[in-house]
Write a protein that binds this ligand. Structure first.
Ligand code: AMP
Length: 112
């Protein structure tokens, strides 16, 4: 079951600040508080979804496509489109997901 009090839900509700990169009605992108690369951004849909499968299953195709279009916009905004980057989404125990709200890590700015 989705935990309404996970840290990303609080960031989406504006209860906790974030270093925002991009936001629209359906998603929010911000810098990771503990970056593991020179550039480490996170992207979250605003709807309540635990992981990738939950996001895909609970949302219609225009929301899903909109989210991934925004990932591309943020990659461009971060200036890493040409130099390259890595997209990661951890899920569950084996994926070592820490925050139970679906998110994409965008890593780049250096050779990973
Ligand atoms: P994951 O292991 O995929 O669930 O990754 C969770 C990520 O969230 C980690 O990279 C954390 O550094 C990051 N994180 C946790 N709290 C915050 C926060 N308040 N603001 C930004 N990033 C955070």
């Amino acid at each position: 079951m989705y935990d309404e009090n996970n840290i990303f839900a609080k960031i989406i509700r504006g209860e906790i600040p974030c270093n925002k990169i991009y936001e629209d009605d359906t998603s929010l992108f911000f810098h990771d508080i503990n970056p593991t690369a020179k550039i480490h951004a996170l992207g979250v849909p605003k709807s309540s979804c635990i992981d990738f499968a939950d996001f895909i299953n609970k949302n219609n195709s225009s929301i899903v496509a909109g989210f991934f279009n925004n990932v591309e916009i943020v990659i461009d905004k971060l200036g890493i489109k040409d130099s390259g980057y890595r997209l990661i989404s951890n899920s569950g125990i084996n994926g070592r997901q820490e925050v139970p709200h679906f998110h994409i890590h965008i890593l780049g700015g250096e050779r990973l």
